[in-house]
Design a protein around this ligand. Structure first.
Ligand code: PCA
Length: 220
């Protein structure tokens, strides 16, 4: 295992999927390669939009960089906010085939694993920081049942099994305007706002402060 000297952050984005030409997650993440955030260096990695392979690539990147913070980013087409995912569930239920043609239905991400894991990011603190920066954001209580939930569950499983000091979580982001023009009525967020949001999130997450209690739940 190669250990880098400087404390580091691993940011991941995804390859395009579902007929899109781009994935805004990788568009935003790739802008941040080599960035310094409060003494931490940012490493980036594009993950394939594939069950199994995405988690293998994530594990390799974690092994390579030994980051203190792992933030995985994915596209949630149609959502209007930066979505701070609270929970990952132990299920793969693919509405469409992944980029390798696989479509698992009702299989576990990790056989024998717990039903769910919570992120260990201070998501309420992050929510307030984003709102202060005038970036629309929300807590999300589902990362879906596709490749993003798969990756978040695998990440939190790894952290819970091996090293609880590593912070990890998943962020869903809206379409970019260039995608939304092909999905009439769908919300979008520009690339600069998304990359700024990721900087705010990283800055807040590495402060290692306890989360705060503010209501940000839903009634449905
Ligand atoms: N979004 C998909 C998978 C890759 C991505 O960017 C999801 O939400 O599961």
């Amino acid at each position: 295992m190669t250990r880098t000297q400087k404390p580091s952050i691993l940011l991941t984005g995804f390859a395009p999927f579902g007929g899109e030409q781009i994935n805004p997650s990788w568009q935003a993440v790739s802008q941040l390669e080599g960035e310094h955030i409060s003494g931490f260096i940012v490493h980036t990695k594009e993950l394939p939009c594939e069950f199994g392979a995405s988690l293998k690539e994530l594990h390799l990147a974690i092994d390579k960089y030994a980051p203190q913070l792992v933030l995985c980013i994915g596209q949630a087409g149609g959502r209007a906010d930066i979505s701070l995912e609270r929970v990952a569930i132990n299920i793969n239920d693919a509405r469409i085939a992944d980029n390798a043609g696989k479509q698992p239905i009702d299989t576990p991400v990790i056989a024998g694993g717990p039903a769910a894991y919570f992120t260990n990011l201070p998501i309420k603190r992050i929510l307030l920081a984003l709102q202060q920066a005038e970036i629309p954001a929300a807590i999300s209580n589902t990362a879906g049942t596709y490749v993003c939930n798969h990756v978040m569950y695998g990440l939190m499983h790894l952290i819970n099994q091996h090293d609880t000091h590593v912070k990890g979580g998943f962020i869903h982001i809206p379409y970019l305007p260039s995608q939304a023009v092909n999905h009439q009525g769908a919300a979008s967020m520009n690339l600069e706002t998304v990359t700024n949001a990721l900087k705010v999130i990283m800055t807040c997450a590495i402060q290692d402060k306890q989360d705060i209690k503010v209501a940000a739940g839903t009634t449905h």
